[in-house]
Design a protein around this ligand. Sequence first.
Ligand code: G3I
Length: 389
Amino acid sequence: MLSRKIFGRRQTLLGLGGLAGIGASVIGTELNKQYKLRQIQRDSQNRNFKVTSNTALGQRAATKGLIYGAAVRQYALSSDTKLAESVVYECKMIVPEWELKWNYLRPTPTSFNFAPADWLADFSRRNGLLFRGHTLVWHEALPIWFPKTINSKNARQLLLEHITTVVKHYAGHIHSWDVVNEAIDPRDRRSDGLKNTPWLQFIGQDYIEIAFSAAAESDPNTLLVYNDYGLQYDTHEHEAKRNAVLKLLENLKSKDIPIHALGIQSHLSGYETRFNPDKFKKFLSEVASLGLKILITEMDVADNKLPSDIKFRDPIVAGVYEDYLSVALEEPAVISVLTWGLSDSYTWLSQNKPRKDQATVRTLPLDTQMRRKLAWNAIARAFDKATKR
Ligand code: G3I
């Protein structure tokens, strides 16, 4: 009854009464979206994103025993001085967004090119930043030669050689490695929840165990992480993924496989309302109860479906950052937060989720001029509120 009333009024308000030729369900969905957006907008407009000082994010996090960092690209960091200054000022850790993936590291099946990633490792050393590795085993960002070369005879050896060489190369200087990335996908309908990737196909389900064991042997002192996305919302899909990830982690722990943490990517949407703090907290505490740490590894908030006017857009994005991080940081096992980029000038979302109005996406803490936005305030507030680890 209530929703009919709202929709009835909204239909007139939005001038959608004339859409009589379009199917009722299409109008219903459109109205539902408009309604949701108004609701999100109204809530965020009334929020106060004030912060108590100008202290940088990394410093604020450090006060609470947390590590704040961001993903970086070598070409950007080496050519954009303002970006480089901001990264050094705001962050305590960096992670290469591209340069440690197979398509960068492996020009041929028998060679390695460490140059771009080494530049970043050196940047981190020179500037006193921690360095994180992403990622040793993934089914994306593979070199062109990969599908033509891999088969069930050589896959295991190829994987072992890659992990051993790369992990040893950075041993002693790496905070943590995303050893395996995005291996779970319940949509592939396997009982173990694993995604049907070339690694699974050519090695078998123990490729994950093989990868973690090889990484631990090559650098016994780094934190070994399983990293995945799609774990935060109260939807059937995310629920299935949480369950499958938990099952995988439990299984690895029960076999004494050297895994130390879960990386929750946290690519959020400014438009999504199905975040249930209780369910998410329960998941975090279940992970923690396995003796694992948790890292928020790739946080950003997509703004592609949000209004053009940044007076409305920015508070919505900021609200999502603050709500999510406040809940995540209540879990003591969460040790670090990384955003997937620092400035809106360098974000995968401008390519992957561009705005229909062609406006610059505003998904990260700093804008394209390296100025702090409300998203920055939101992250700062979440750190300030967090209890000390
Ligand atoms: O190689 C060219 C480069 O030379 C050129 O400067 C650049 C200009 O746009 O294009 C480069 O290719 C890009 C490539 O990354 C670099 O290998 C592609 O356009 C770009 O689409 C590609 O996407 C990256 C993707 O991973 C694959 O590596 C995204 O930027 C990066 O944000 C994304 O990161 C993933 C995480 O690894 C795992 N979790 C999800 C996350 C987002 O998809």
